[in-house]
Design a protein around this ligand. Structure first.
Ligand code: UDP
Ligand code: MG
Length: 391
């Protein structure tokens, strides 16, 4: 950056050199970096008009280079020579015994439902058994079945996120690899998508799982439905269908796979639910232990907080903080009046400590909210707003 300014200052001396260095400069990746910072420089150097003109020329040229790069990237992305209609994304972790049978039945269903216009993406989430070798065999027999292999186990959410990014289909179907979800339900999901829904979520109405899983899950589903405003019976069913844009709009991180319909709902997509068949686990065992309940609860808290207050943290922290501060102030003011009237010593009134604590915590919460606002202001991104149509 500094270098280019120096050149623009010595405008006349450098003119003859123009033809020679430029072709080398423009394609260099460094050129892109310098253009991004340039506008700030221009503003600070305003009084120096003459050298500016030259640097403006330089910047526009460089910006053009950058734009070309972007458009190429954009052009490259949506153009698929053979766009599959349905992509099935399957997070898989140590499921060596299940995936051959699963792929056979998927093949049968999809050859009918998608007229062979489909792809199946296994995401091997760092399996330590022979899962990936089995996937290789399946891929050899039918190249429509592909696999992405993680270097280590990142979790179901990560697998889904990578699968959604890689999927090329207009509709993306997710299902578990353990044969608990039934591929025969795919046509039912698809007919709801054709009706116009953006997301169709499976509902394990008759669930074949032990009671220690079904009971807490009922409780979670109830709380999630109440808190999110989305009336579903079953949020965490592995079997779901998404219109591509709905799946790709989801910002999945941590273990948010439990709340994908909520995320899609908050992004403005239309969601429905259909009862689906659910089978007991045939092989292997569940990959989520008792910690799933604690994590699920914490993730729900995160979700509720970030969905409502991500853009206005002060409304949350400020309200709680101000209320606490006011209560604390009220208590202490009352005690002070009593003390002035000569009733008691403050050292005999433990409530005085409570009042002070409330005031301190209240002030801290308000400050936290203000800090949050400062962070939000700096991270404002337009991509967070879902645009439905653009004429
Ligand atoms: N899974 C995964 N990564 C993990 C844990 C699970 O990809 O870290 C996959 C797993 O292979 C299965 C799906 O996620 O295909 C659901 O897992 P599981 O059947 O253990 O969950 P449950 O049915 O007990 O809720
Ligand atoms: Mg399972």
């Amino acid at each position: 950056m500094v270098k280019s300014d120096e050149k623009s200052d010595g405008k006349r001396d450098n003119r003859p050199k123009r033809n020679t260095p430029r072709p080398e400069k423009s394609p260099a990746p460094e050129a892109e970096v310098t253009t991004e910072n340039k506008p700030e420089r221009r503003q600070s150097n305003r009084p120096k008009r003459k050298p500016q003109r030259k640097s403006e020329n330089e910047t526009t040229e460089k910006v053009e280079v950058k734009r070309e790069d972007n458009t190429n990237r954009k052009k490259g992305k949506p153009k698929y020579s053979n766009k599959p209609l349905i992509s099935v994304v399957i997070p898989t972790y140590n499921e060596e015994e299940s995936i051959t049978e699963l792929s056979n039945s998927l093949e049968r269903v999809l050859s009918r439902e998608a007229k062979n216009n489909y792809e199946v993406l296994f995401i091997d989430d760092g399996s330590t058994d022979s899962t990936f070798s089995v996937m290789r065999e399946i891929n050899k027999k039918n190249p429509k079945f592909r696999a992405i292999r993680f270097r280590r186990n990142y979790g179901k959410s990560a697998a889904l996120s990578v699968g959604f990014n890689a999927a090329k289909g207009a509709v993306i179907i997710t299902m578990d690899a353990d044969l608990q979800d039934d591929p025969m339900e795919i046509p039912n999901l698809m007919s709801k998508i054709r009706e116009g829904y953006d997301v169709v979520s499976g509902w394990k109405k008759k669930r074949n799982d032990p009671i220690n899983k079904t009971l807490p899950s009922k409780f979670f589903n109830y709380i999630t439905a109440k808190a999110s405003g989305l009336k579903l019976h079953d949020f965490n069913c592995g079997l779901k269908a998404y219109r591509s844009e709905a799946a790709k709009s989801l910002d999945i991180y941590g273990e948010m796979h439990r709340y994908l319909p909520v995320l899609a709902h908050w992004n403005g997509f239309r969601i429905t639910e259909i009862p689906v068949k659910h089978h007991p686990r045939k092989h292997g065992k569940t990959k989520f232990g008792a910690s799933r309940y604690v994590k699920g609860f914490l993730d729900l808290l995160t979700l509720l907080f970030t969905s409502r207050y991500l853009k206005r943290p002060l409304h949350f922290f400020g309200t709680v903080g101000t209320l606490m501060g006011l209560v604390g102030f009220g208590i202490d003011a009352w005690l002070t009046v009593e003390w002035i009237m000569g009733d008691t010593f403050l050292s005999n009134r433990p409530a005085a400590l409570l009042g002070i604590a409330l005031i301190i915590v209240g002030v801290q919460l308000v400050s936290l909210g203000l800090l949050g606002e400062m962070i939000v202001k700096n991270f404002k991104r337009d991509e967070e707003y879902q645009i439905r149509e653009n004429l």
